[in-house]
Design a protein around this ligand. Structure first.
Ligand code: AMP
Ligand code: MG
Length: 487
């Protein structure tokens, strides 16, 4: 099988990666193949018969033109620096330029050990494979920048985690897998030459306009800041918590990457943490912008040699650029939350309305997704099912009256507001308890719930009777209170 590979990263100096072959698995079986994405990448989806696909997307057979490598990177994990992380269980097969003209990586995850595996087995359990497939494709359908899922296979082998579990391999597609940690790797190794090459490569691939700027490195850095700020604000507008925003999980392209202990809020709690290993709440819902900015400051550390002729000057440039992060972030938050309550633009009154609604939601543990979705049901102010989310009816009814008065003062028609809200507020998100159920069934070799949940999340803004069950919040017994890394 031929993929139209053009592997630019593998043409960079050897210090940037290790050449390594995937390790074959016993009995690969195709669980899912994303045909739309395959077509967009210029792969012959029709020719990808099940058997062929399971061989290719398990690493048992390599498509011609592949030049498999494990990328080198470092990372700050929960604030502590590890100079050598790298792709310990992932192998980049190569890059293709899609029908949209965009170059993308095709990477296997869980495909066996690499020189970066340390004591790990280079494998993935099936659960995290199913989770990443569902959540990354749901994020794409919601309109959030994200890596994507091309395929999932089961390996027919067990992997040992807390207990033995069936193994899986995930095929990930990304605009690139360059992370903040990739830059940190060369800085940590005092390898300014390759750091410079990485910078030039990243500019060319991810932000060619920056090359034309007066100060290309600074323009590039500002682009990374803007993309990260918009990304995190977009996450938050959907109640998404990444869960492990280490610098090695922060993509330079501004895509969401590495779906580990991620989760969507059910009831609204701005301090919410799901990840079992995040004891300090470092990656809590409302801490995400501050952490993203901290991660970008680590990128700035690496870029200093290119930001100014003198170090003092470079530090000033970096500080000034970083100081604009909060404005970028807030601008996206304001626009998205204004739309969530039906308004075309944000102003002080709109911001106050959003703030007071979120306060009521927090106090009454209202479901984040349903509350906003149900606002669109009754934009004329009659509260409808929305009030079911609240305990204090008087307060929510008063808020609805104020909101209604605001819409009227602004001359916004109800239909207009409802349309805007239905485009901003999904009916369905990948709820944590649904994902857990999909994983449990998958471990028992039943993938019907996986396919149904995936189908339910393809058009998340359209109400569909057949998918109504995915719109409800969990019962107390169903509620997922803790999520795991799944490495
Ligand atoms: P992650 O938790 O996916 O962000 O991974 C952090 C680091 O641990 C990366 O360098 C991974 O490649 C490595 N890693 C995670 N799981 C494994 C595994 N099962 N085998 C080898 N390396 C792993
Ligand atoms: Mg990672």
């Amino acid at each position: 099988m031929h993929f139209p590979f053009d592997n630019s990263y593998a043409r960079l100096p050897d210090a940037m990666y290790a050449r390594v072959q995937p390790t074959p698995v016993a009995e690969p079986k195709l669980i899912a193949l994303n045909r739309d994405l395959a077509e967009m990448l210029g792969l012959d989806a029709k020719a990808l018969e099940e058997e062929l696909a399971s061989g290719l997307f398990s690493g048992n057979s390599l498509p011609t033109g592949a030049d498999p490598i494990a990328m080198a990177y470092s990372g700050h994990q929960f604030g502590g620096f590890s100079p050598v992380l790298g792709d310990g269980r992932a192998i980049l097969l190569g890059e293709v330029v899609g029908s949209d003209g965009v170059r993308r990586d095709i990477q296997l995850k869980g495909s066996g050990p690499t020189p970066f595996s340390r004591r790990g087995d280079g494998r993935s359990a099936l659960g995290p494979v199913l989770r990443e497939y569902i959540v990354s494709e749901a994020m794409y359908a919601l309109g959030v920048p994200t890596t994507r899922a091309l395929a999932a296979v089961s390996t027919g082998e067990m992997v040992v985690r807390e207990r033995p579990q069936p193994g899986g391999i995930f095929t990930r597609v990304a605009r690139s897998h360059i992370r903040v940690g990739t830059f940190q790797y060369f800085r940590a190794h005092d390898d300014l030459d390759n750091l410079h090459k990485l910078l030039d490569y990243s500019i060319q691939r991810l932000d060619p306009a920056a090359a034309e700027a007066e100060k290309p490195a600074l323009a590039f850095f500002e682009g990374v800041i803007a993309r990260q700020a918009e990304l995190v604000a977009t996450w938050m507008s959907f109640g998404f918590i990444h869960g492990v925003m280490n610098t090695d999980n922060t993509s330079i392209s501004g895509e969401t990457i590495d779906y580990g202990p991620c989760a969507f809020l059910d009831y609204f709690d701005p301090a919410k943490v799901f990840s079992s290993i995040d004891h300090q709440g470092r990656y809590a819902y409302n801490n995400q912008p501050a952490i993203a900015q901290w991660n970008l400051a680590r990128l700035a550390d690496t870029l200093l040699p290119f930001l100014g002729a003198k170090e003092a000057e470079a530090i000033e440039e970096a500080k000034a650029a970083l100081s604009r992060f909060p404005d970028h972030f807030q601008a996206t938050m304001d626009a998205r939350f204004a739309a969530k309550i039906g308004l075309p633009t944000n102003d002080d009154e709109a911001a106050a309305l959003v703030e007071s609604l979120l306060k009521l939601m927090h106090r009454d543990r209202a479901d984040f997704t349903r509350t906003f979705r149900r606002l669109a049901d009754k934009p004329d102010g009659s509260a409808g099912r929305l009030v079911e989310e609240f305990e204090d009816l008087e307060s929510i009814n008063q808020w609805l009256a104020e909101w209604q008065a605001h819409l009227q003062r602004k001359g916004i028609e109800s239909d207009d507001a409802a349309r805007r809200m239905r485009a901003a507020n999904p009916a369905r998100i990948p709820r944590n308890h649904r994902i857990e159920a999909v994983i449990e069934a998958g471990i028992d070799d039943d993938f019907a719930p996986f396919h149904k949940l995936h189908a339910a999340l393809k058009e998340p803004y359209l109400e569909r009777a057949e998918f109504a069950e995915y719109e409800s919040s969990p019962t107390p017994e169903e509620e997922v209170r803790e999520t795991f890394c799944g490495t």
